[in-house]
Design a protein around this ligand. Structure first.
Ligand SMILES: [Zn+2]
Length: 48
């Protein structure tokens, strides 16, 4: 995602919280090896 969800202006990430698993993804033991992670970054829209 590189655009503001409201005005679709370009946004710039300024902080990363690293690789995070999907919320509410309650895996069984055999699914651990294929767990999906994504980089959780915070960005803001400067279009006021
Ligand atoms: Zn915006």
């Amino acid at each position: 995602m590189k655009k503001c969800l409201i005005c679709e202006s370009p946004i710039e990430p300024f902080m990363s919280f690293g690789k995070m698993p999907i919320a509410n993804g309650f895996l069984s033991l055999d699914q651990f090896a294929n767990e999906c992670f994504f980089e959780l970054k915070v960005a803001f829209c400067s279009n006021l």
